[in-house]
Design a protein around this ligand. Structure first.
Ligand code: ATP
Length: 536
């Protein structure tokens, strides 16, 4: 598989992704999309919105669905009433455990510090690391040698005991060598760290005005459920979709955009009758997995990981993660693209009645020491009344929750290809090509005059103007045509259109296909129709 560094370098060189605030040294966990990146990500979001919402036909039952259903959208605020996060559980539960190093002042996510026992010179220590799984052993060996003041050629004198584990299994903290430390026993006990970004509303900014940047878009949908029903007269089953920014103060942002602190989500909350919810859960799992395949991710790099019963909240009959074998992960490991969760009536009920305690007291509202609800709900009736049957119930929810940035990164990883192609002189050269699905490609067509004379640029500019009206198009007359092709291959442009001498005589152009490299002529008047058909 392609080394990740090549893709990261290409993303910067060609303007897909830049580190945020780069001229000031960058800000960890924040990324900007450049000129090509913004088009790619917009196309990802537009394809999702079209396929899930805009293009959904509520009069027809899609394959695998229990019945017809309706879909609509919302766009909610990033800052919401603080009570929302108390009732959703994020205020109390949304945290990671982290450890600090007293020596280096670095902070690590507890579950990402891994290590193994190493013995030398009659001393046994637990050497930790946070590098990727395939580099762990090399890192631990290097640091153990350094700690024991041994030379690389003495590596064989190191004795290892047991496999790599997390810090859970280690009782003797004083024997732990932190991931960047020189001395033993410098890591603190794990502490909780709330992942929500805090801010204040208004000028005074006291604790009473504290607010949070949303860590997910879902809650905006739950709290507007009644508004949507009342204003749209929609009936269940139905889904409400939202695309928008979410923020999580991740302790260890890493792997390019995979784990960022500011990112975009594409979420659906699908509301249905409790008796039907199992069927809808399995429909959405399959439907969402298929979507990634349809958009070009290869089946052998995608898996559906069903959570074990012990991982599930009591209200949930199932949660499945759609995962992709990102190239920065170790062999056999996958990263989550999307979670599809059956959430029962947990969310709507919490916003009605107050925060439920999903772990200890099933469907009971948490009480404070005075016996009052700890996190009071809105008190609003969020149940649904079926006007045909007269039945009233709190809908169950199936939630397919995807990340726009993770999906975009997966499409970039999948698209990256290198092959050997002859250049103008017949010499074999490595060609870098991004083989995006045509719907996702940032630029759909590039128009070139073969040479910059004999009326070719004028004709090419005319064609460019015509195409630009219909699709994202690029005009290029600089350098040899072979170089122009290669620049478009790197941008993932599916079609290059060349205007040559014959174009002027016969009013035809050549189309060149990015993947097959085939070239063929079409009449200029048929060009838009031909490209539109091939792009869809
Ligand atoms: P992870 O376990 O990787 O932190 P999660 O299970 O917390 O993810 P969810 O809360 O289910 O993630 O969020 C839904 C989706 O939002 C994820 O599948 C992912 O695509 C995206 N997402 C979540 N956190 C991040 C992040 N820090 N950076 C980029 N995308 C994210």
């Amino acid at each position: 598989m392609m080394p990740m560094e090549k893709l990261v370098a290409l993303c910067k060189r060609r303007g897909f992704l830049f580190q945020s605030s780069e001229i000031y040294g960058g800000l960890q966990g924040f990324w900007d999309y450049g000129p090509l990146g913004v088009e790619l990500k917009r196309n990802v979001k537009a394809a999702w919105w079209h396929d899930m919402v805009g293009g959904h036909n509520e009069l027809v039952t899609p394959p695998g669905a229990p019945s017809t259903y309706e879909m609509t959208g919302l766009d909610c605020t990033i800052i919401m009433h603080p009570q929302v996060w108390k009732c959703s559980g994020h205020y109390d539960l949304f945290h990671d455990h982290m450890v600090d190093c007293r020596e280096t002042r670095k902070r690590y996510r507890f579950d990402q510090v891994r290590g193994r026992w190493v013995e030398a010179k009659d001393q046994k220590i637990f050497v930790t690391t946070t590098v990727e799984a395939d580099e762990e052993q090399a890192d631990v060996q290097r640091r153990a040698l350094k700690f024991f003041k041994l030379r690389p050629k003495d590596a064989e004198s190191l004795k290892y005991d047991g496999d790599f584990t997390t810090l859970d299994s280690v009782q003797e903290q004083e024997k732990v060598l932190g991931p960047d430390a020189k001395e033993l026993g410098t890591l603190t006990e794990p502490r909780e760290f709330n992942l929500m970004f805090k801010t204040t509303i208004g000028a005074l900014g006291g604790e009473a005005d504290a607010a949070f940047l949303r860590p997910e878009t879902a809650q905006g949908i739950f709290v507007n459920f009644k508004n949507v029903l009342d204003s749209s007269r929609m009936r269940l089953p139905m889904g409400i979709a939202q695309i928008g920014k979410s923020f999580r103060n991740e302790i260890t942002p890493r792997n390019f955009t995979f784990r960022s602190r500011e990112f975009e989500q594409m979420e659906i909350e699908f509301f249905c009758h409790p008796d039907e919810s199992h069927k809808w859960y399995s429909y959405w799992r399959d439907r969402r997995l298929q979507w990634y395949k349809d958009m070009g991710l290869s089946s052998d790099r995608l898996i559906m990981r069903e959570h074990a019963a012990s991982e599930l909240a009591h209200y949930s009959v199932g949660t499945a993660d759609i995962e992709y074998a990102f190239p920065f992960m170790a062999e056999g490991e996958y990263g989550e693209l999307e979670g599809v969760a059956h959430r029962g009536d947990f969310d709507l009920r919490s916003h009605m009645e107050g925060k439920l305690d999903p772990k200890t007291k099933p469907m009971e509202v948490e009480k404070n020491e005075h016996g009052q609800p700890k996190h009071r709900g809105s008190g609003k009736d969020l149940s649904y009344r079926d006007d045909l049957t007269g039945e009233k119930y709190i809908p169950h929810v199936v939630e397919p929750s995807a990340g726009a940035d993770r999906a975009t990164l997966a499409f970039l990883c999948q698209a990256f290809n290198e092959d050997e192609q002859p250049d103008e002189n017949g010499k074999m050269q490595t060609r870098t090509v991004l083989k995006f699905h045509p719907r996702l490609a940032p630029i759909k067509a590039a128009v070139f005059p073969l040479v910059k004379k004999d009326g070719m640029p004028e004709k090419a500019k005319e064609i460019y103007g015509m195409l630009k009206e219909k699709m994202s198009t690029f005009y290029d007359e600089k350098a040899a045509v072979g170089r122009r092709y290669r620049r478009q291959d790197e941008a993932g442009t599916p079609f290059c259109i060349t205007v040559d001498g014959d174009s002027l005589k016969e009013d035809t152009v050549t189309i060149r296909d990015r993947d097959s490299l085939k070239q063929w002529r079409v009449a200029t008047k048929d060009l838009v129709a031909e490209l539109t058909e091939r792009l869809s």
